[in-house]
Design a protein around this ligand. Structure first.
Ligand code: PLP
Length: 696
């Protein structure tokens, strides 16, 4: 992949070249301390004054305080601390100060957490109250009207970082003027700078924090505006810098860089206009709609910043979309960057009342006002390529073995389902298909020209039955089955290793056999080649043990029907993995394995000293379509993590060193720990994945 298409500007942005030059100048030529009285210091002081004057012009704040901070989080702390100290003073003077700390339900966590933190620390004992938003993400002004008379402080962001939804600040100001004249009002303006007009001095706003790194200045610099006459308490005390408002020697490199960005904003030619950005968004949206039919936007364009698109695609988890985009070199995020490491659904979208599939499947794509037409062209081309890759059926033969029989793992919210397929016989069987994956699985089955013989369950729980019924309906299958678990009527029988007879259906040259538990409410399934009507234990290649009923092969008495090498496919992780071998389960029990870490800088050496080592790319089929992995002159072999169970026996038997790689090192660590736990002596994960190795 040639270069990154960075579409995560709401998380952070690269530094404007003029800002980088200004920072360098401030570090090398004009490196003085602005508090020093000699000429070197005076030059630094002149820069500081210059940038502040510029900031006042850009923010529309000729009066009031404008100070430099380390970023918006610090500005938010300072504003909250100031307001709460003022509340204490009002109370001490016997004045009404209100009893509520009202914040928009979609505020950045820096706001709600700061309110809770300082309220606790200062013992102000105010009640935190999240102001609901409507389905479009806008504050409920009707509720604000009701609550406002009790407000001590109100915090409502100017534009949301996840959805780009622009708040109705005039509407909020009107409510506060009428109903809460004494409440302090903070507006987090982080996503507004450079994208929305600002006229702070003529507004009702008391506190407005800003962050440099969201608009082409470096991380670690920001600004805080405080309205003239609004209470102020310094967060940091010491040498008295910033007129005693914020002590600590100024971050002159950051401030100088921010000054260059403010200069570009003032001069007006560097950044795109709202209309130009809206036209770019329309082009990106057209590419997305072509790539992902059925896409739904999580915020109305007419109420959002033109630089933010938040969307969900039916039947695709956000993690899956992120992996796909990343494989194509397109950097987007699921919700906010601060919560990217957590797989939780977006609280912002939840507050908007969106359904679960949209809150947990959301992707945020954001660009900055510096975007060029060429950049948007390339972004659209790659988005279209991602769409083509997403349609690539995962049921094709695995490139590791070229085997025409296959096993695909389908996972959703910690539960695993399985699809067995045979490309020669053109048939397949689904076991415990997860809810929400039916439509896509049905499309893949159709695209691959396969006939679904049965949609089976290992347990009779309602969610599982619903998911199976949805898949059957999506494939147009009738419910010609026995019982609730979906076993087909027209099967035969085989004899198992313990001499018992069990119902069986043919899948290619193998038999799939149903083993019911005692009361018939659950079942396990065995797959292997039967000879003379018997399926011997040693011939059982795969066993599907389900999520609850037959989770532990030993306990359920499957042990006498299968062999130590039989691969067990679970409905829930056991020992941190969705699959084990019967022997591995006996030895390792439920203890997770620990992946052996190979650092990117050691890969070259490792491959030189282990000529037989195999680089294994565990990214999914659609990611492979967007671009393969080549490291240290070697092409990685494709073995998607969802096909690991199918190749477990083969990988364990070969015993050659394995180096698993993926995008970030998470999935490769899971593959390596699964093999390590099953006794493979040399299963490694490439720490940090291609994200780090590729950068070297
Ligand atoms: N507020 C909003 C809306 C943000 O998007 C962010 C950054 O993610 C912050 C506050 C925190 O800003 P900083 O990183 O400058 O502390």
């Amino acid at each position: 992949m040639s270069h990154d298409i960075y579409l995560d500007a709401n998380a952070t942005s690269k530094v404007l070249p003029a800002a980088a030059s200004a920072a360098l100048e401030a570090m090398q030529a004009c490196f003085g301390n602005p508090s020093s009285s000699h000429a070197t210091g005076l030059r630094a002081k002149a820069t500081l004054d210059d940038v502040r004057a510029r900031a006042r012009r850009v923010l529309g704040a000729p009066g009031g305080r404008v100070m430099f901070t380390s970023g918006a989080t610090e500005g938010i702390q300072t504003a909250v601390l100031s307001a709460l100290c003022a509340v204490r003073e009002r109370r001490a003077a016997g004045l009404d100060a209100g009893d509520l700390l009202i914040y928009g339900a979609t505020e950045h966590k820096a706001v709600s957490e700061s309110l809770a933190h300082w309220n606790r620390l200062l013992d102000t004992n105010l009640t935190l109250c999240a102001l609901p938003v409507d389905g479009a993400g806008r504050h409920r002004l009707d509720l604000l009207r009701e609550l406002a008379p009790r407000a001590a402080m109100v915090c409502t962001m100017a534009a949301n970082n996840e959805t780009g939804v622009i708040s109705d600040l005039d509407g909020i100001a009107a409510v506060l003027r009428e109903r809460a004249p004494h409440a302090y009002w903070m507006v987090d303006c982080v996503q507004a700078l450079g994208k929305l007009p600002l006229d702070l001095a003529n507004s009702r706003i008391d506190y407005a924090p800003f962050s440099g790194h969201k608009l082409y200045a470096p991380k670690g610099v920001g600004m805080l505006y405080v309205k003239e006459g609004t209470p102020y308490t310094p967060l940091m005390i010491g040498g008295g810098q910033e007129a005693g408002q914020r002590s600590g020697t100024e971050n002159m490199a950051g401030i100088a860089a921010l000054g260059a960005v403010l200069a570009a904003l003032e001069e007006g030619a560097t950044f795109r206009s709202h209309a130009e950005l809206a036209a770019m968004r329309a082009r990106v949206a057209a590419a997305l709609e072509e790539a992902f039919p059925g896409i739904v936007y999580n915020a109305p364009f007419e109420l959002a910043l033109p630089t933010t698109l938040n969307f969900a695609v039916p039947d695709m988890a956000s993690k899956e979309l992120l992996d796909l985009f990343d494989a194509a070199g397109v950097r987007v995020s699921a919700g906010s960057a601060c919560s990217a490491a957590k797989a939780a659904p977006s609280y912002v979208l939840e507050a908007m009342g969106l359904p679960r599939w949209r809150t947990s499947g959301a992707v945020r794509l954001s660009f900055g006002p510096l975007a060029t037409e060429d950049f948007i062209d390339e972004a659209c081309a790659r988005i279209r390529r991602c769409g083509q890759a997403a349609r690539h059926p995962a049921l094709a033969a695995s490139r590791l073995s070229g085997d025409r029989r296959g096993l695909l793992q389908l996972s959703s919210e910690g539960r695993h389902g399985w699809v067995l397929f045979d490309l020669d016989a053109n048939t397949c069987v689904a076991i415990d298909p997860p809810a929400g994956m039916a439509a896509r699985l049905a499309a893949q089955v159709r695209d691959s020209g396969l006939r679904m013989l049965a949609v089976l369950g290992t347990g009779g729980d309602a969610a599982g039955m619903d998911a199976r019924a949805t898949l059957r309906a999506a494939l147009g299958l009738d419910a010609g089955e026995q019982g609730t678990l979906g076993w087909p009527r027209d099967g035969g029988m085989v004899t198992l290793a313990d001499g018992s007879a069990a119902p069986a259906i043919a899948l290619g040259t193998e038999m799939l056999v149903r083993v019911a538990d005692e009361d018939g409410s659950g079942a396990a399934y065995l797959l292997g080649r039967a000879a003379g009507g018997r399926l011997e234990a040693a011939a059982v290649r795969l066993a599907f043990t389900g999520g609850t009923v037959m989770a532990d092969a030993e306990a359920q008495g499957l042990a006498r029907l299968i062999d130590g090498g039989t691969v067990l496919c679970h409905g829930l992780d056991i020992g941190g993995a969705p699959c084990t071998t019967a022997e591995g389960l006996r030895k390792a029990g439920h203890t997770p394995g620990e992946a052996r870490q190979l650092r990117p800088e050691g890969l070259d050496d490792f491959l030189r000293t282990h000529a037989d080592a195999l680089l294994v790319d565990v990214r999914e089929a659609c990611e492979l379509e967007a671009g393969g992995i080549r490291l240290c002159g070697r092409e990685a072999q494709a073995l998607p993590l969802s096909r690991l169970a199918e190749h477990l026996g083969q990988l364990l038997a070969a015993r050659r060193p394995l180096v698993f790689v993926c995008r970030s090192g998470n999935r490769s660590a899971r593959a390596a720990s699964c093999l390590q736990r099953l006794g493979h002596p040399q299963a490694w994960t490439l720490t940090g994945g291609v994200a780090l190795a590729g950068a070297r």
